[in-house]
Design a protein around this ligand. Structure first.
Ligand code: OOG
Ligand code: NI
Length: 466
């Protein structure tokens, strides 16, 4: 049977994530150094906290962590975005969430392509933060038209990648040989090209309009601009980066250090200045440079409910009203202090977060629960109190717009700070994407509900052993 010979989309994604990591490691050696440091810190964290290790093992999430990473790309046209969606779909990665970064002075809007569903996430949670350039936010109309023309001429996908994507769509999957070819072909889109597609003058004009516009328009493709391993202790990695000759950005983005990690904390090291050559109208090549690619690490915590997220946003804003982090790090200590103080009202125990309905949890039976039969009418709280059901935080799999803006900014330099009027346009984005983006809250709520339903079902048919 044909279907039986298909490789699962989870396996294709895992192979692609590994191939991307290997490629980026050779392109940006500091990424390899960071991976090793993260590996060390994770091993130390687990050794020092057997409880954490046991919970991660129990919830089948230990294995995914060492393989876990996200990347980011910036696309130039609607056609590129919709084709990218189809390529990612072959790997079981779907658009989740809409992020408007115009408010932060970055002329893009974005989504995250990632696996959805508990089983796929456990297999390999690789995600790619994908931005689409918004030329409509560029004031200079001549430049906008020229940029559009340059972009319309490029083809960021190999013909093999397109053909195999179409084949997967037509036949419902890819066999082993095709899947291997697909991974190699798709990887080409993300490769770095040190020969720009534009003249030195055009690069300068694009750069003057916004560094990010130059990054998107000047090149043959949307080079992967960072890959981010997941750490279990971001403060430790941040503190130890300088020992490994890596200079981290001034502050960690996101919530403060806490016992119970919430959402997402991220930090990065600055983009490298890389040698690039530009081709003049007479065909001659000219040496120049471009800063694009950097490294980042992240620590993931519990996914918050809309109520929890509103509280997070409120507290983050409150702290930023007191101290706004300066790019040069001069007020980093004051910022950290204000952040920690602002977050005092956010409960810092799992039970507290659960009691106030701030986070999503996965419920499972305890050893006692597995041996007990209970009538279905009992409330979840009483099952927990009775020691039959336990709960674990559901990991936040998405991104945070304020943090993303901070990461963008730290790599664009201070001079790039520009004001745009906030203009979210999810409808336009979805039209260009050719699909709707998934609502992240509904997704987490679904995972939580399914875990509760499983417990209830298992309790009502469990064989009472004693
Ligand atoms: C993407 C920045 C966003 C994150 O982790 O928040 C991001 C970019 O610089 O293209 O990756
Ligand atoms: Ni990132």
């Amino acid at each position: 049977m044909k279907e039986n010979s298909f490789v699962s989309s989870d396996e294709i994604r895992a192979a692609f994530s590994a191939a991307m990591s290997a490629m980026y490691r050779t392109e940006v050696p500091a990424y390899g150094t960071l991976m090793e440091l993260v590996g060390q810190v994770n091993a130390e964290t687990l050794a020092a906290d057997p409880d954490l290790q046991a919970r991660l093992e129990d919830t089948d999430s230990l294995e995914r962590i060492s393989e876990e990473r996200h990347g980011a790309i910036r696309l130039g046209t609607p056609a590129e975005l919709s084709m990218m969606r189809r390529v990612f779909a072959v790997m079981g990665m779907h658009p989740v969430g809409y992020y408007d970064l115009s408010t932060a002075g970055v002329p893009v809007h974005s989504t995250a392509f990632r696996p959805v569903g508990d089983a796929s996430l456990k297999k390999n949670p690789f995600r790619v933060f994908t931005s689409l350039l918004r030329l409509d936010l560029i004031a200079d109309e001549t430049l906008r038209t020229e940029a559009e023309q340059i972009l319309s001429k490029r083809q960021i996908f190999t013909s093999g990648a397109v053909a195999l994507t179409e084949k997967a769509e037509r036949e419902g999957g890819l066999d082993k040989a095709d899947a291997e070819r697909f991974v190699a072909e798709a990887l080409e889109t993300f490769r770095w090209h040190d020969k720009a597609k534009v003249s030195p003058e055009m690069y300068q004009r694009l750069h003057d309009a916004h560094r990010l516009i130059a990054d998107v328009v000047s090149f043959k493709g949307p080079h992967i601009n960072h890959l981010t391993p997941r750490t279990l202790d971001i403060d430790a990695v941040q503190a130890r980066m300088p020992d490994h000759a890596i200079a981290p950005k001034a502050i960690v983005e996101g919530p403060p250090t806490r016992k119970c990690a919430i959402l997402l904390r991220q930090t990065s090291f600055k983009a490298l200045e890389e040698l690039v050559s530009f081709q003049a109208a007479d065909g001659s090549w000219h040496a120049g440079s471009h800063t694009a690619r950097f490294g980042e690490i992240e620590q993931r915590g519990i996914a918050l409910t809309p109520k929890g997220r509103a509280l997070y946003d409120e507290l983050l804003n409150a702290s930023r009203n007191i101290v706004r982090p300066a790019a040069d790090g001069s007020n980093a200590a004051a910022y950290e202090k204000a952040l920690a103080e602002a977050f005092v009202p956010f409960p810092d125990t799992w039970a507290g977060i659960r009691a106030e309905g701030l986070g999503y949890f996965a419920y499972s039976l305890t050893a006692k629960g597995r041996k007990t039969k209970v009538d279905a009418a009992k409330s979840l709280d009483s099952l927990i109190e009775g020691g039959l059901v336990q709960f674990d935080p559901i990991v936040y799999e998405d991104f945070l717009p304020v943090s993303a803006a901070g990461i963008f900014q730290s790599n664009l330099g201070d001079d790039a700070a520009q004001e745009f009027v906030a203009s979210p346009n999810q409808q336009r984005f979805e039209l260009d994407l050719g699909a709707k983006v998934l609502n992240e809250f509904e997704h987490y709520a679904g995972i939580e509900q399914a875990s509760i339903a499983d417990c209830v079902q298992m309790l009502s048919c469990a064989e009472a052993a004693e």
